[in-house]
Design a protein around this ligand. Structure first.
Ligand SMILES: [Zn+2]
Length: 141
């Protein structure tokens, strides 16, 4: 289901997230896909099409997130609210591991979001290794 998002609003969101996925931080220009404008609170739950409720997302994170707002923290099996890219700072909930191939959760929110959105899926780790060799990763945000 697509919804009209004005060119100006798209520009503001792209700017805010530096043309990277708000979740896995993949840079759009390194991929062959067009990133999507994701409703953080889904439209099905009343989320509006406004700057404060939109982020830039790679198609994979967007598909895995779908209409979810919570997920289980794999460490505690507790239901946790997913990371909110407009209200929370990525660096407070996530960090790169030593060689920047994997995202580490720093909080239950980080852990639940990594798990639900599969932010360390094996294909992604493989391309991150390639991007590191190209000096294109991790993104300088
Ligand atoms: Zn992503």
């Amino acid at each position: 289901m697509s919804v009209y998002i004005s060119v100006e609003l798209q520009r503001q969101i792209r700017n805010k997230f530096a043309n990277c996925c708000a979740y896995c931080r993949t840079a759009e220009y390194l991929t062959v896909t067009t990133f999507e404008f994701e409703h953080i609170t889904p439209r099905s739950s009343g989320g509006e099409t406004v700057f404060e409720n939109l982020c830039l997302s790679c198609p994979s994170c967007n598909r895995y997130k779908a209409s979810r707002q919570t997920a289980l923290d794999p460490n505690t099996q507790q239901k946790i609210k997913l990371f909110h890219p407009q209200q929370q700072l990525w660096t407070e909930h996530f960090a790169w591991n030593e060689d920047a191939t994997e995202i580490i959760g720093l909080t239950p929110i980080g852990n639940a979001t990594i798990s639900a959105l599969k932010m360390n899926r094996s294909q992604l780790i493989r391309v991150r290794k390639m991007w590191i060799k190209m000096n294109e990763h991790p993104p300088n945000i």
